[in-house]
Design a protein around this ligand. Structure first.
Ligand SMILES: [Zn+2]
Length: 302
């Protein structure tokens, strides 16, 4: 399933090429994820931030590259997954998509919903079987800082990462997006000091800025105040895209086991399966269930 939006990740670089940035208004794709999955407030916040982080990192790679962000955590959300392609396709998922705390206490406490855990970032390149993977412990549970922590630990890249999802009082996504500033080797101290100074004085959260009508470039400007920069070409519209297929869904039915499958076939029950990531419905016919059952039966004899 794929729908297009006009948004794209925009890339920027300082005139001396020592600091690069990417920024995105991801409201449309994060909202689409929430609608497709019927996700509650906190899972939407977590999935949305992970999606934005994956988009920002993927846009800094090369054509055909893909970045996966995987958080395993001890909090009630248990896990959060997002993946994004250089060319703008993105999707996200959390197994606890309907989780709600007993009481919100007038705030969306993402830290509490995530708790302790780890962040794995996987970079997939074309023609490479195994992705480059790095795992770090969560340092903040707010996802942005955790990604910055990963970049310094795994790639020795100093960065500022801000990802945000703005939810209304009903838990609906009103805006989402983020910005990443990455410092390359050879940068002058003076530029680092200026960016740090800018960052320290810049306190408006990105999701708030987007909600108030900011464009992607407006997310970058506060960090680059006093430093000349320009935009790099990266013309790929963001799309919420899930590569699920009927084949994969049928294979997932194997987990039901032989007895359950035989029962369905006996009762002449077709299987109605919905992909949890994109909401696409699949109807599995009796012949397909029979085929799967025979396959499972054969395997059980070995
Ligand atoms: Zn799907």
């Amino acid at each position: 399933m794929s729908t297009s939006s006009l948004n794209r990740v925009q890339r920027f670089v300082t005139h001396d090429f020592t600091v690069r940035a990417a920024a995105v208004d991801a409201t449309a794709v994060v909202r689409e994820m929430q609608v497709l999955q019927g996700a509650k407030a906190l899972p939407s916040l977590a999935i949305g931030r992970a999606m934005v982080g994956a988009m920002l990192m993927a846009a800094q790679q090369k054509q055909g590259h893909q970045v996966g962000v995987y958080i395993r955590c001890q909090g009630p959300l248990r896990a959060i997954y997002a993946e994004a392609h250089f060319e703008g396709q993105v999707r996200g998922y959390c197994p606890m998509t309907h989780y709600e705390p007993e009481n919100y206490n007038n705030e969306y406490n993402l830290k509490a919903a995530i708790g302790e855990g780890s962040l794995t970032v996987a970079r997939h390149q074309p023609f490479q079987k195994t992705p480059h993977q790095g795992t770090v412990n969560l340092v903040s549970g707010e996802i942005g800082e955790d990604i910055a922590h990963y970049l310094i630990q795994s790639h020795q890249i100093r960065s500022l990462v801000s990802v945000g999802v703005y939810l209304d009082a009903y838990g609906q996504v009103r805006s989402a997006g983020g910005v990443i500033i990455e410092v390359m080797p050879g940068v002058e101290d003076q530029i680092i000091d200026q960016i740090q100074k800018n960052a320290d004085s810049h306190l408006v959260p990105v999701s708030q800025m987007l909600f108030d009508g900011a464009q992607s470039v407006d997310l970058v400007k506060p960090y680059f105040q006093g430093i000349p920069f320009m935009e790099l070409e990266h013309n790929f519209p963001l799309t919420y895209t899930c590569p699920c297929t009927k084949d994969r869904v049928v294979r997932a039915l194997e987990t039901l086991g032989l007895a359950e499958l035989e029962d369905m076939i006996r009762k002449n029950e077709k299987a109605d399966v919905t992909c949890q990531v994109c909401g696409r419905p699949y109807l599995i016919e009796i012949e397909e269930l029979t085929h799967l059952k025979n396959h499972l039966y054969k395997n059980s004899l070995n």
